[in-house]
Design a protein around this ligand. Structure first.
Ligand code: SF4
Length: 431
């Protein structure tokens, strides 16, 4: 979502006459869009400011703006502790970016803008065309969360759930497709809670899929409790909806799920997985796990391992529990650090083995790949298959925006390699 937000902040800044530069020393205005989901996020801000100070040691300093969730959570502290920062703007206030920067330009005063003006934000952004030109483009459809999982900062930094209107999302999707996008990634902190005047995510997916040149739709991140029957059905009926679902569970232990306030059990999660598989037998899953949550016993941990094996996730994102200030879990007694690290190592080793077995099972099989951009090496192109597997092929052609059948020949835990078999009927050069 920060990538989407950064692009939109840039769309705003352009109106003030700013242009992007890859040369730090040229910048007149430096925006650091931050994420607060992991520990040490604030340290990273100070570290970056240190780098900036060095670069501008003998020059006029640029305007320095900290945006995103660290700004929201620690804005006042940042301004007090680091005088080099000129403004902090929370994720629901960045529509004020231009006014803030203009004020700083004129008066050079410090500003803290961390209100939750989410409606005003999207009203302002709707007036600006999204200029992003990525083949796979992000689109924020929903923000905030009302779930209050005990470990999570989102309800405090992004605020309550808010869904954007079907019309504005359809229009923005159309702009993105006109810019070249062939895949749209619908984003929300709790994306399947999307609800605009009773119209749910399934309705939005079906509307957006009417855009002719759009080939693929994905959405993330979902909460198991917000899976309505119509959303499960859309996995059966809508061919543009890709058959990979990121469905976080965080732990395989009901005791830990309860302590996290996840509000569902492992059994309910498994039933949901079965229902989704029934709707689309091709569907595969990825997930998030927190290893070493306060109170996690060896038995609880083994239940997470058991679930990992049972679902055969093709990808998992696992981390040790990290206490976020201000969340209820921050006050819980942590388990021994070395034990948590050991468990994470075991978990990730198994997850990697499952992933590699899956990847190897793809060798010599065909995959349908949407190509996005040239790879680092000349004469190589990078794309992703329907399950988000990264795939590289050797080619001299510009395949940007093209869907091709590729035979997988080799691979490692990062990338698969393949040879083009044939172009898709709907061959369409976006570039
Ligand atoms: S559902 Fe997701 S975003 Fe919402 S509180 Fe829980 S972990 Fe955070």
């Amino acid at each position: 979502m920060n990538e989407y937000d950064s692009n939109r902040i840039y769309d705003l800044a352009k109106r003030n006459g700013y242009e992007k530069t890859n040369r730090l020393e040229e910048a007149n205005c430096y925006v650091l869009n931050t994420c607060h989901i992991r520990e040490k996020a604030t340290d990273k801000v100070y570290h970056d400011i240190g780098r900036l100070k060095k670069t501008f040691k003998d020059k006029k300093k640029p305007i320095v703006v900290i945006t995103g969730c660290v700004a929201q959570a620690e804005g006042e502290i940042l301004l007090k502790k680091e005088r080099y920062i000129d403004a902090v703007i929370g994720p629901q206030s960045y529509h004020n970016f231009n006014n803030q920067v203009l004020e700083i330009e004129k008066k050079f005063k410090k500003l803290n803008h961390t209100d939750f003006d989410v409606i005003e934000k999207f009203d302002t952004l709707n007036l600006l065309r999204n200029s992003n030109t990525d083949i796979s483009s992000f689109l924020t459809i929903q923000e905030g969360c009302d779930k209050f999982c005990k470990f999570c900062v989102v309800p405090y930094t992004r605020g309550a759930e808010h869904s954007r209107s079907i019309k504005e999302l359809f229009n923005e999707s159309k702009d993105l497709v006109d810019n070249g996008a062939r895949e749209i990634y619908l984003l929300g902190q709790n994306v399947n809670a999307y609800n605009y005047n009773g119209k749910r995510l399934s309705h939005l997916i079906n509307e957006i899929s009417k855009i002719d040149k759009l080939q693929r739709i994905r959405y993330t991140t979902s909460h198991p409790n917000d899976f309505t029957d119509d959303l499960i059905e859309v996995h059966k009926d809508n061919k543009k909806l890709m058959p990979l679902l990121h469905l976080p569970i965080q732990s395989g232990s009901n005791k830990i799920l309860k302590e996290m306030n996840r509000k569902h059990s492992v059994e309910e999660y498994l039933i949901l997985i079965e229902n989704l598989k029934r709707a689309n037998p091709l569907i595969k899953f990825s997930s998030d796990f927190i290893i070493g949550y306060p109170g996690e016993t060896e038995d609880d941990f083994n239940m997470s391992l058991k679930l990992l094996k049972k679902i055969n996730y093709i990808n998992t994102y696992s981390f040790n529990f990290s206490a976020r200030p201000g969340t209820p879990a921050a006050d819980l007694k942590k388990i021994d650090d070395s034990l948590a690290k050991k468990r994470l190592f075991i978990f990730q080793k198994l997850a990697e083995k499952i992933k590699m077995n899956y990847r190897k099972s793809l060798f010599n099989k065909k995959a349908t790949v949407l190509f996005e951009n040239k790879s680092k090496k000349e004469s190589q192109f990078f794309g992703r298959d329907e399950f988000l597997n990264p795939i590289i092929v050797n080619t001299k052609n510009n395949l940007k925006g093209v869907v091709c059948e590729v035979r997988i020949t080799d691979g490692n835990h990062n990338t698969l390699f393949g040879e083009i078999e044939k172009f898709d009927e709907k061959k369409d050069f976006a570039a």
